[in-house]
Design a protein around this ligand. Structure first.
Ligand code: SF4
Ligand code: SF4
Length: 258
């Protein structure tokens, strides 16, 4: 059984953190088409027999998608037993409509807020969630004694000189399987690298054998076999050199990712 799948409802974000591992702080505006979502999710559901433990609807910032509520019943109908989770930075949560909260409740979708200690009313949306019977939790709240948010700086090797087996072995995000445009990737790095390439005029491309085309495979076992394997793209990653830094906004500089 696959533990989890990430799906970006948007690639861009309204917070724009430095060194974002999904490259959302340097991504062009992108809103996932609802028909494409339904088609790809249907194919994954058919292949997996609906057996995926958790499905994360995220970004970027998914609440920027004006049709976000329409994704919930589609995902729930196709994955009856999966935990469905929206990951948000919370900036827009207090502006969301009643329909959004009701739709979460109807489709049994949880909300997890990435806590950045921003100047927003966290209590207000905690109450809204409670009143609407929606589970709301927080992802990592790691801060130091001055309440500064700590952040892991992931590092890439733009020359691709790393030994891919070592990189894969040391990688903390190798199971963040990502569905994008009919393909399943082992990690968000490969799935969203296009934004990094465009921003810095580079060409770090996954090979055809680094990902799974969900319309070409015949069985779920084939998918699982591919997703547990090291991929040649791992030569661009330096997971052993990751550093703990303070979180902050991006300056869109290459050094934030290298
Ligand atoms: S809030 Fe999340 S998605 Fe947005 S830029 Fe920061 S790390 Fe990336
Ligand atoms: S390419 Fe490999 S090492 Fe890099 S993030 Fe993905 S799984 Fe990890």
């Amino acid at each position: 059984m696959l533990e989890k799948i990430d799906v970006h409802l948007t690639d861009h974000c309204n917070l724009n953190c430095k060194g974002c591992t999904h490259f959302s702080s340097i991504a062009d505006e992108f809103f996932l088409d609802i028909d494409e979502f339904e088609k790809d999710m249907k194919r994954v559901s058919t292949l997996s027999n609906g057996e995926i433990k958790e499905i994360y609807l995220l970004g970027g910032e998914p609440l920027l998608h004006k049709d976000i509520s329409e994704f919930f019943p589609i995902a729930r109908n196709l994955f009856r037993n999966s935990k469905l989770i929206v990951i948000t930075n919370g900036i827009l949560l207090n502006d969301m409509s009643d329909n959004f909260w009701k739709s979460l409740r109807r489709s049994d979708v949880q909300v997890w807020v990435s806590a950045y200690n921003l100047n927003i009313d966290y209590k207000a949306f905690e109450k809204k969630a409670k009143d609407n019977g929606v589970f709301l939790g927080y992802t990592s709240r790691t801060t130091n004694d001055k309440n500064q948010k700590l952040w892991t700086k992931f590092k890439l090797d733009i020359e691709g000189k790393q030994y891919y087996l070592n990189s894969f072995g040391n990688c903390a995000i190798r199971n963040c399987v990502t569905l994008k445009h009919g393909k399943l990737y082992t990690c968000p790095t490969m799935a969203h690298i296009e934004h990094f390439n465009k921003q810095f005029n580079l060409n770090l491309e996954p090979k055809e054998w680094d990902y799974v085309d969900i319309y070409k495979v015949q069985s779920w076992n084939e998918v699982l076999a591919q997703l547990v394997k090291p991929v040649s793209f791992c030569r661009f990653c330096r997971p052993k050199d990751h550093e703990t830094i303070f979180w902050g906004p991006t300056k869109k500089e290459l050094s934030e990712w290298t």
